[in-house]
Design a protein around this ligand. Sequence first.
Ligand code: 13P
Ligand code: SF4
Length: 309
Amino acid sequence: MTQQELMQRIEELKRQKGAVILAHYYTAPEVQAVADFLGDSLALSVKARDIDAPIILFAGVNFMAETAKVLSPDKKVLIPVAEAGCSLAESCDAAEFAAFKAKYPDHKVVSYVNTSVGVKALTDVCCTSSNALQVVESIPAEQPIIFAPDRNLGGYIREKTGRKNMVLWNGACDVHEKFFVEGIEALKKEHPEAKVVVHPECKAEVTALGDYVGSTAGILEYCAQSEADEFIVVTEAGILAEMEKKLPAKRFIPAPSSCGKRCNECESMKMVTLENIAACLESESPEVQLDEATRTAAEKAILNMVAIK
Ligand code: 13P
Ligand code: SF4
């Protein structure tokens, strides 16, 4: 089938089955084109909960589809590639995390949404890259905290809050870890007027170069509000499709990765294709299934976050 025919087939299947497609900004442009909603990881899961549709297909990595299922237990949540994992979420195994947590019995656990449902179930309150600061600040200063799984986001928050009593899990994202200072400085020389926008999963020396540091949705919002015309984008390059579509008069320059061409792309996100979306809608599988006790515990941690305003 041609790309056009596949897109038509997907539209037909969505209509027949009452299905809705949610896609993360890092998916390929043609995948974003068949989505009913595009967004950052948490906004999409909340959207999944609020949408009146029996079937949600989540075009993204597996922790995102799991989070959607945590918040929407009565809906069928499909993921086109069940093994599309997130290196950051995978850097924190639930059993190992339980053993780590046991060493700090008086600590509260804050974990980033880029975690498995098993880790969320061991968490007191979740956070996203947009609200991590707010979440940590909502916890009394004398209360020690475990922050998981991202040492970069955790380090950034520890620095911002000056909190010494924050223990970090030693995890990271393979894609964001590879952005490097020299690459960004070289682009800044070529584009001196450009603002630098950075995802906080990057290393501290890279985050320090940011005019804005935040989640994918936060970065898009900042670029829309800013008076600047040029932006050096220090996050996964898939987000450029939406930036260029939404803000055609502005220029977006992807930051390079230390490992060379295309390493600023998340392989797992790019595993989602029009072909596997069509097949997934057709067969209504793979479907996300969660153990109910784990789901309920994970939901509590997410709802604790949502309650912090
Ligand atoms: P957002 O929550 O900002 O969408 O980020 C998800 C992610 O995987 C970043 O690498
Ligand atoms: Fe996970 Fe990194 Fe891919 Fe985001 S870019 S989904 S954190 S591996």
